[in-house]
Design a protein around this ligand. Structure first.
Ligand code: ZN
Ligand code: FE
Length: 256
């Protein structure tokens, strides 16, 4: 992998994420949950911010943009077209399949509506890196606030089709809570049991549980496993469609 990544805590459970291209010095912040930790991390790394890549308009993803821009006025703010007006000042609005370049790195925009209507993710295809915002989490997925369940289901299917070695960074550290729900849905999944076991001790040591990989999620994330017989048995939905199983999983997770 040619780029360098820094992941750090912002707010209560958001991640700050910086991506740096050593070949050109280009540096992106994926969302800006709050300004101070992002500015501190840039200073620590001696990187100069050139891009801000926004996944969606929620406050905990854009709250620090204005202040960071006062320190890096040339940083180009890239936002999802469908939410551009609500986000405020921006330089470029992008939509599905748009290609960006960040220094020598190629970035592909994928529309992933569901959590919000305009949510997008950033896929650094040559680096096999995905910044998923609040769309996909380790063993979980974002709450579906603004679309019918099938829209989120289609977005998840789209991500499921990326190369399995894709490394995934997410907007929040929700992993252990997600894993407890996943185990309740699929208690016999041995890989899931092992993953929870090792991540629980990792978390106790204070480390983050991200990034994950798509392969790991396909093996343990119930929202990508709606066709598994054990999950269907837990829900009492042996013959339902994948999308109906997904909708039921999402509804149960909301109450879990
Ligand atoms: Zn959100
Ligand atoms: Fe969020």
């Amino acid at each position: 992998m040619r780029c360098e990544i820094r992941q750090f805590k912002c707010l209560d459970d958001n991640f700050g994420l910086l991506v740096h291209d050593p070949a050109t010095g280009a540096t992106a912040s994926i969302d800006v949950p709050e300004a101070a930790p992002v500015l501190a991390e840039l200073a620590k790394a001696r990187w100069s911010l050139t891009h801000i890549l926004v996944t969606h308009r929620h406050k905990d993803h854009i709250g620090g943009i204005a202040e960071v821009k006062t320190h890096y006025p040339n940083a180009k703010v890239i936002v999802p077209k469908l939410e551009a007006e609500q986000i405020g000042a921006y330089d470029q609005a992008v939509s599905d399949e748009d290609q960006l370049s960040m220094g020598s790195l190629k970035v592909k925009v994928l529309a992933t509506p569901g959590h919000t209507i305009g949510h997008i993710v950033y896929w650094f295809c040559d680096e096999h890196l995905l910044f998923a915002g609040d769309m996909l989490f380790a063993m979980g997925c974002g709450r579906v606030f603004e679309t019918p369940a099938p829209v989120m289901w289609d977005s998840l299917q789209k991500l499921a089709g990326l190369p399995p070695q894709t490394q995934i960074y997410c907007g929040h550290e929700y992993t252990l809570a997600n894993g407890r729900f996943a185990l309740a849905m699929e208690p016999g999944n041995q890989r899931l049991q092992e993953r929870m076991h090792s991540l629980t001790s990792l978390r106790q040591s204070g480390a983050f549980t991200l990034p994950t990989t798509l392969a790991e999620e396909l093996a343990t994330n119930p929202f990508l496993r709606a066709n598994q017989p054990e999950i269907r048995q837990t829900l009492g939905m042996p013959n339902a469609s994948g999308v109906d199983v997904f909708a039921e999983l999402r509804a149960r997770k909301n109450k879990f």
